[in-house]
Design a protein around this ligand. Structure first.
Ligand code: GLC
Ligand code: MG
Length: 692
């Protein structure tokens, strides 16, 4: 596979200098990390990063070089649009048509075209779209930082922003696939651009530089901040963010100023690079002025450092230094699409206090290395920092969790994910090509049914590939985006349909993504009263809401114990509300519309496909599979199933496997299919029209 990435903004080189301009930000780390890891794969022939050529001695000579070879399979190509100036965002838009023409001309002159293009930001997506129109190369779009939340949080309905949002919407609608980093981005922000887009979003988690700081790095970091600080022995509260309004650095200065923090901690802010506070884009200048003014009015001189320049080594050193001092890293952004710095802090064992808006929710949820706060409240920020500074056992736990859990956040894993997404685009799975011949339906739960043993998951994939007569679908508690991610990670085959969110949503897979089954949504939604149900649940002891990202249109999810689940069932029945309560894993509880659930979805899917119920098979392991297994006439329970489900094992339509996980599913299938291996009867393919 030959891959081309396009990124237009900022100063892009093999040895990037972050913060050099306002647009030289985290996306460059992403593009370089992603493409380097891709270029290291045997199944990737070349990885080429395309950007704009410009001549600007102050920024550096390298940006005028048309070619920069980074390794045998990795290079940067700088396209000459005819305008040799460095251009910031707005001016960049005016140069786009010329850039696009130049790129297409360059591609036309080549003996071989890339197989796939990865566009970074909406402007590059517009370029990629023109390239696809001219040359037929499909493209994947990564937004990096979406405007839609900015419009909401900053309450700034300005024209530029409206234009940007429209451009992002076009990019998503046109892209062959969209790749995002966090669940918040993929499942909340992106769908806000249009309901249909969620079906083609893939979450692929970027990697992180795992290098530890050397003694020199730490010395360089100390030298950077020493001139600012009166007592450099205090714990460091560190923040690294470009000086733009949404990063909310002012609230952090406020947090340090209002309470006792100012007496026992030093604040270190790395707000990008600058020559002078008065230099740069207007927003940058404004934010820097406000910051320094806040230091001044709160008399924080001597306990706040805000160095002008730094390099990657000094940044590493600062994280390490802050960790050594027993300090914390803070990201107080009003909205943070992903939050790379939260991961970087983990690498160095530095606990974090992070915004509860956006990507950090997932990251801190996964890594368990800090506390989330409401960024609009300086006192909440201060409280969380204090807690980590004072509670040493908590600090140590967060520090160790960060280090241990960040270990597998690697670019190689990202590259595997990207490659899988691209490969499926380039050669759509058998399931979407040959589904017309399906004769049986198999619905499998994912977690602990298909997953759990890598070797048997692979055997299961081979089995499905070899059986075009079986229409394969999944039925999971996860969202579509998370279901896709886990299936990819386990090398499981792409299903024809996705029953997600505990049977409250159905998506049909097609070449460019998945489409929501609107009939099903309409059918189950009729008497759904989520507000009333939420109100009832809020009055029941022992129920806590799962994170907001788990709450879906037709699924309210809580943590609970069995007694609380029973109390809730009674309360819902007393209120005569039509809803179901599904309890699984001894601690998870979902409230669904009365007509929804995995069994209902199974019935709907079989009816849509025209497959008789006697030819439907299902497999599961937990309480949220119960209705599906109870109703299915050819059901498999894997050996590792939980007690609630095992209670069904005696029934004669249920096969209890001796083996666990995917091997158990295969064992059950073989048992049920034995003697029925006659050549598949061809069914009319018209019934599958809706899936296309
Ligand atoms: C998945 C969902 C969660 C749900 C659970 C059990 O883990 O993410 O919200 O409660 O399945 O159905
Ligand atoms: Mg399961």
């Amino acid at each position: 596979m030959d891959i081309m990435a396009i990124a237009l903004g900022g100063c892009l080189s093999g040895d990037p200098c972050f913060g050099l301009t306002e647009d030289t930000g985290g996306h460059i780390t992403y593009v370089l990390g992603a493409m380097r890891a891709l270029s290291e794969r045997a199944d990737v022939g070349s990885a080429e990063i395309v950007t704009r050529r410009f001549e600007n001695r102050q920024l550096g000579l390298v940006y005028a070089q048309p070619h920069e070879i980074l390794s045998a399979k990795l290079r940067i190509t700088r396209i000459d649009s005819g305008n040799p100036a460095y251009l910031a965002k707005e001016a960049l838009a005016r140069d786009r048509a010329a850039f696009t023409r130049a790129l297409i001309a360059d591609l036309r002159s080549r003996p071989r075209l890339p197989d796939i293009i990865h566009a970074h930001f909406a402007d590059a997506a517009q370029v990629a779209l023109a390239v696809r129109d001219a040359l037929g190369i499909p493209f994947i779009y990564t937004a990096h930082s979406l405007g839609i939340d900015k419009a909401r949080t900053l309450d700034r309905g300005d024209e530029g922003l409206a234009l940007r949002i429209e451009e992002e919407r076009q990019a998503m609608a046109a892209a062959d696939a969209v790749i995002g980093s966090s669940r918040d981005e993929c499942e909340r922000q992106v769908p806000a651009y249009g309901a249909d887009i969620e079906g083609k979003v893939h979450r692929v988690v970027p990697g992180i530089d795992q290098r530890q700081a050397s003694a020199q790095d730490i010395a360089a970091a100390s030298a950077l901040i020493a001139p600012f600080l009166r007592d450099s022995g205090k714990p460091l509260v560190l923040a690294i963010a470009r000086p733009v309004a949404k990063k909310n650095l002012g609230a952090l200065v406020e947090a340090v100023a209002i309470g006792a923090l100012r007496h026992h901690a030093n604040l270190v802010i790395l707000p990008g690079l600058r020559r002078s506070i008065e230099e740069g884009e207007p927003e940058q200048v404004q934010v820097m002025r406000a910051l320094i003014d806040a230091v001044d009015t709160h008399d924080l001189h001597g306990s706040v450092a805000y160095p002008r320049r730094h390099d990657a080594a000094a940044v590493r050193g600062l994280y390490a230094l802050a960790a050594r001092s027993g300090g914390v890293f803070v990201n107080p952004a009003l909205i943070e699409p992903f939050g790379l710095t939260i991961l970087e802090a983990a690498v160095h064992g530095l606990p974090v206090v992070a915004t509860c808006r956006g990507g950090p929710v997932d990251i801190v949820g996964d890594l368990d290395h800090g506390l989330l706060v409401d960024p609009v409240s300086p006192s909440a920020i201060a409280g969380a920092i204090e807690r980590l500074l004072q509670d040493r056992p908590l600090w140590r736990r967060c520090s160790a969790n960060g280090r241990n859990n960040v270990e597998n956040v690697r670019w190689s894993a990202y590259a595997a994910g990207f490659h899988a997404v691209a490969s499926r685009l380039l050669s759509p799975a058998r399931s979407t090509v040959a589904q017309g011949s399906a004769e049986r339906l198999l619905l499998c739960d994912i977690d602990n049914t298909l997953t759990g043993c890598a070797a048997s998951a692979r055997r299961f994939a081979q089995f499905i590939e070899s059986r075009p007569d079986i229409c394969f679908g999944v039925a999971t508690g996860r969202s579509l985006v998370e279901a896709r991610r886990i299936m990819r990670a386990w090398h499981l085959p792409e299903p024809v349909m996705w029953v997600t969110s505990v049977g409250s949503e159905i998506y049909w897979q097609h070449a460019m993504g998945g489409s929501r089954d609107a009939d099903y949504a309409e059918a189950i939604g009729i008497d759904w009263a989520p507000e009333k149900l939420r109100a009832i649940a809020s009055g029941i002891a022992g129920l806590t809401l799962q994170p907001s990202i788990e709450q879906r249109a037709f699924k309210l999810s809580y943590f609970a114990d069995r007694a609380a689940a029973d109390r809730l069932r009674t309360a819902i029945a007393d209120a005569a509300l039509p809803a179901r309560v599904i309890f699984s894993h001894g601690r998870l509880l979902d409230i669904l519309p009365a007509k929804a659930g995995k069994a209902a979805a199974m019935r709907h899917v079989a009816r849509t496909l025209g497959i008789a119920s006697g030819r439907v098979m299902a497999a599961g392991d937990s309480g949220n599979d119960l209705d599906m297994i109870a109703e299915c006439r050819n059901a498999v329970i894997v050996a590792n199933a939980e007690a609630d489900l095992l209670a069904l094992a005696g029934r004669d339509h249920v096969y209890l496997s001796r083996q666990a996980h995917a091997a158990g599913v295969l064992e059950g299938l073989r048992h049920m299919l034995r003697g029925s291996d006659e050549p598949p009867r061809r069914m009319p393919s018209a019934r599958l029209d809706r899936a296309a």
